[in-house]
Design a binder for this molecule. Structure first.
Ligand code: FAD
Ligand code: NAI
Length: 475
């Protein structure tokens, strides 16, 4: 069957489904093609984020955090409990329920916005008369045509060379989110966002967790002062973190999976784990797209080559999200999706890459926006810094969660905020204020002069802004 649209979006993750909805809002006739299947073979819209990423990982982080609180922290509040148990089947079924709600939510949004959804793999067939033909292969075969194509096919976990994922003992993010029993010994290769979040979940549930990181520095992209604080806190919590290791042979045996590695000091070591999660970054999904049919340019790593506006070298073919350059974050994909839909409709969509926030959902959370102190030093920019510890924040004390700090970096002359870095309770929520401030090119003094409710964690943001000018009031 042949069907004509103004826009076809390939991929229904946060980049693709949001692009489809925005284009439909702007009056375009839109189709979205996505191949993800749920365990019954039906559609499961929402991509990596909903099915094996942001949403299920946060569901497990929440459940394990409650367990950890009940086990280790409720007593501080005078609540004593005995026989606290974790029912992993219930934890997993709650997580699966949250995923399903999100899958169904996207389907509902497509209906509401009149986006036509096709379940199956989308691939290029040819360019003809200013339009592109996209074949859908799935339960039904379809032939779709549109002037504009948005590629939003996302990414998948990168395996270590010679060590394919079996999702039983050697796990990608997919298997890591489906572990059925607490592994006594859990190994993780890569101390990035996935390594630390998944490591936190299973440490709280009782695993002995070892994280093997290739780089000599911990959390390299994070502000150095915050990363050092995080390292200290995670070690104290019981995560074993080995930096600067070179992973060697990985082999499976009856005892589990054995990993040999060379330490930063040059010693050869071997460790045996019941489960091993490999979280060393992700690869773009371009294999199934048949890009050669239209000559779409990919880089040497398989990413679709785009300019700052997400335009590929082919007329009216756009690409967004994990499949292109830039951070692999759901909200970055969404912003690009909105901007591309608006450009297609003749508007001037824009993404400010300097104000994309990052959040790592460990406990405490780590969140930041803008530049780190090491980036400012490297660029030679004159800056002032101010920090404020949660230890001196009334709400944090009342909550019983005083780890961490807020750190402001501002231009030495103009006082414009250049970066804000937080490690502490609800850092992921607190960072929003700083994102707004930076979007409006606020100065540190602007934040320092704004009334913040008392007692709130957000007062630590105000105090850190005051600290830039060395005039904190509560520290
Ligand atoms: P994806 O979400 O990968 O979606 C792409 C979709 O396209 C998929 O459904 C795929 O099946 C489909 N597809 C691919 N090829 C085809 C084809 N040829 N035809 C049809 N369909 C196709 N980011 C955050 O911002 N916050 C977080 O807390 C966070 N946590 C994460 C936790 C984990 C464990 C992981 C793995 C990732 C996490 N991320 C997080 C990253 C986030 O998931 C991605 O950045 C985001 O999903 C990218 O969105 P996307 O739309 O570009 O691609
Ligand atoms: P990552 O890029 O965050 O971290 C990978 C880590 O593995 C790095 O520290 C890297 O130095 C290390 N590494 C790479 N090769 C190695 C090797 N051979 N041996 C040992 N260490 C090695 O990637 P990760 O954790 O796989 O996550 C993928 C992406 O998903 C992230 O880039 C992030 O954008 C996104 N994500 C975001 C989250 C969030 O926003 N909270 C949560 C989880 C994932």
């Amino acid at each position: 069957m042949t069907k004509e649209f103004d826009v076809i979006v390939i991929g229904g993750g946060p980049g693709g489904y949001i692009a489809a909805i925005r284009a439909a809002q702007l009056g375009k006739l839109v189709a979205c093609v996505d191949e993800w299947k749920n365990d019954k073979g039906g559609p499961a819209l929402g991509g990596t984020c909903t099915n094996v990423g942001c949403i299920p990982s946060k569901a497990l982080l929440q459940s394990s955090e409650h367990y950890d609180q009940a086990l280790n922290h409720f007593a501080d509040h005078g609540i004593t409990m005995s026989g606290v148990k974790m029912d992993l089947t219930q934890m997993a079924s709650r997580k699966d329920g949250v995923i399903k709600q999100n899958n169904e939510g996207v389907l509902y949004l497509f209906k509401k916005n009149k986006v036509s959804f096709f379940h199956g793999r989308g691939s290029f067939v040819k360019a003809v008369d200013g339009k592109y033909e996209i074949a859908v292969s799935g339960a039904q075969s379809e032939s779709l045509f549109a002037k504009h194509i948005i590629i939003a096919t996302g990414s998948t976990a990168r395996p270590l060379a010679g060590t394919p994922f079996d999702e039983e003992t050697i796990l990608s993010n997919d298997g890591a989110l489906k572990i059925k029993a607490v592994p006594a010994r859990l190994g993780l290769i890569g101390a990035g966002a996935i390594g630390l979040e998944m490591g936190s979940v299973w440490r709280r549930l009782g695993s002995e967790v070892t994280v093997l990181e290739g780089l000599p520095t911990f959390l390299g992209p994070v502000d150095e002062q915050i990363a050092k604080e995080a390292h200290k806190i995670f070690l104290k919590q019981g995560l074993k973190i080995e930096l600067g290791v070179k992973v060697g042979e990985i082999s499976k045996s009856k005892k589990g999976v054995s990993v040999s590695y060379t330490t930063a000091a040059g010693q050869t070591q071997s460790a045996v784990f019941d489960k091993l999660i490999i979280s060393i970054g992700r690869l773009p999904n371009t294999v199934g797209l048949n890009t050669q049919a239209v000559g779409l340019q990919l880089d040497e790593r398989g990413f679709v080559v785009v300019d700052a506006d997400c335009k590929t070298q082919l007329p009216n073919v756009w690409a967004i999200g994990d499949v292109v350059r830039g951070p692999m974050l759901a909200h970055k994909a969404e912003e690009e999706g909105v901007a591309v839909a608006e450009r297609i409709a003749g508007q001037h969509g824009h993404v400010n890459f300097n104000t994309i926030p990052w959040v790592i959902y460990t406990s405490p959370e780590i969140a930041w926006v803008g530049q780190t102190e090491q980036q400012l030093k490297a660029s030679g920019r004159a800056y002032k810094a101010g920090t404020f510890p949660f230890l001196a924040n009334g709400r944090a004390r009342a909550m019983g969660d005083t780890t961490g700090m807020v750190k402001f970096l501002a231009d030495a002359v103009t006082d414009e905020i250049l970066g804000v870095h937080i490690i502490g309770p609800l850092a992921g929520e607190l960072i929003a204020e700083s994102v707004v401030a930076m979007e409006f090119k606020a100065s540190a003094e602007d934040i320092a002069r704004i009334c913040h409710a008392h007692p709130t964690l957000s007062e630590a943001t105000k105090e850190a802004a005051l600290a830039v000018d060395k005039r904190t009031l509560n520290f």
